[in-house]
Design a protein around this ligand. Structure first.
Ligand SMILES: [Zn+2]
Length: 416
């Protein structure tokens, strides 16, 4: 076991055992750094070419290089703001038997799996993720934020809000949102449709969604809504912040969501392909059935179609997200290739969807998504130019988050 993984187990297992963990200084504090670069993506739509120095102090990008700063030479690579994935499931992991984990409490195995997923995601170039899967995300989020555990910055919904027979009146709906806030959630995730694997049927009504999303907004939380078919436009009209998947929605329904400013979050490049590749590890658990897998595979072209409609709608906020589950963590960048191949996005737009578009969707557009003074020093470097060869997104050679370097695998030096 690598030392940092062992550390992960120890740190993450402690709360389960009842120990209180005070914040600790991270094992490697961010120092002053000057990065030399000659190809830098601005996070929005442009790659600047030519010599440039990026100054970093106290974990943030600054206007002027600090004297005596450590120099990191990234010339010859493409430097980008760290990527943001707005929809991942870090709680989804393969257990010791190679099967999808089924833990309902934060067991050491689950927490180990989550730490592993987080580390892979970070090394894949993703310095911020929105984890919308499990109450245990809080343990991981806080260990990364306050103890220096290696992983992306995490925002979490601490699980989902789903329809219950006893949760239909306004007071109960508002209470469900408040309970998430009180537990420490950064956003809420609402299931407005059942899973695609069991029919993608509507659950909450527009009035109920408005109550949930209103309450979230009043508490300063964003509301992400899992929605298919007409529930996409319903969630948008209800004032919710972001709709996920959007499969089976019509062009008019997607256009309506776009017009209302709702962030649209389709997935085309990774999640279904990963389910199919690993189906033997999933089938037999929950609603993972052979039939469910076939529905996802059969309807993948419809996911592509939804993405194409959204991307072609003027003004639509099409954000980067993967819905990554076990087997997909660390390969989140595959979604960029899907966005271009299946959705018709230009490479530059696909890249921006994981930088400025994603940062804005999180309400963090003044801290994340760009390389500019005052922004978090979240930087990655690719071997290659993704605008001319998009497969460069698979070749992440450098990862810095908050001024700390987590990965730097430069070209081997030859000769001398
Ligand atoms: Zn999901």
């Amino acid at each position: 076991m690598r030392p940092c993984r062992l550390l992960a187990v120890l740190i993450l297992a402690a709360p389960v055992l009842g120990a209180q963990l005070p914040p600790l200084p991270p094992p490697s504090a961010p120092g002053d750094v000057t990065i030399l670069a000659d190809r830098v993506f601005d996070g929005a739509g442009h790659i600047a070419r030519g010599p440039r120095r990026i100054a970093i102090a106290a974990g943030r990008v600054t206007a002027t290089p600090q004297p005596g700063a450590r120099v990191i030479d990234l010339r010859g690579y493409t430097v980008l703001p760290g990527w943001i994935d707005t929809h991942v499931h870090l709680e989804s992991y393969f257990d010791a038997a190679g099967r999808i984990g089924t833990d309902t409490t934060p067991t050491p195995a689950l927490l180990m799996g989550m730490a592993d997923n987080a580390y892979r995601t970070l090394l894949g170039g993703f310095t911020t993720v929105q984890a919308v899967g499990d109450p245990a995300d809080r343990i991981l989020r806080d260990a990364i934020a306050s103890r220096g555990l290696p992983g992306p910055r995490i925002l979490t919904s601490l699980g989902w809000i789903v329809m219950h027979a006893d949760s239909l009146d306004e007071t109960s709906l508002r209470a469900m949102v408040r309970a998430k806030r009180d537990a420490g959630a950064d956003l809420v995730k609402i299931f407005a449709s059942t899973s695609q694997r069991v029919g993608a049927k509507p659950t909450f009504t527009e009035a109920q969604l408005r109550t949930l999303c209103d309450e979230a907004r009043a508490l300063g939380l964003r509301a992400m809504v899992h929605a298919y078919r007409s529930q996409v436009a319903v969630a948008a009209r209800a004032g919710c912040s972001q709709v996920e998947h959007a499969t089976y929605a019509t062009a008019e329904e997607i256009a309506e969501a776009a017009r209302l400013g709702t962030v649209i979050s389709p997935q085309v490049g990774l999640v279904v392909q990963n389910y199919i590749a690993n189906q033997d590890r999933y089938i037999g658990v929950g609603n993972y059935t052979p039939e469910g897998m076939q529905i996802m595979l059969r309807d993948l072209p419809l996911d592509f179609e939804v993405c194409r409609i959204a991307a072609a709608t003027p003004g639509a906020k099409v954000v980067f997200s993967t819905d990554a589950t076990a087997g997909a963590h660390g390969r989140n960048a595959e979604e960029f290739l899907g966005r271009v191949e299946h959705c018709g996005q230009r490479p530059v737009d696909a890249l921006a969807s994981a930088n400025v578009v994603a940062a804005a969707s999180l309400g963090m557009g003044d801290r994340l998504g760009r390389i500019a003074p005052g922004y978090e020093a979240d930087l990655i470097a690719l071997d290659g130019d993704p605008l001319t060869d998009l497969t460069a997104v698979r070749r992440v050679v450098f990862v810095m988050k908050g001024g700390v370097v987590y990965k730097w695998v430069g070209r081997p030096t030859t000769g001398r």
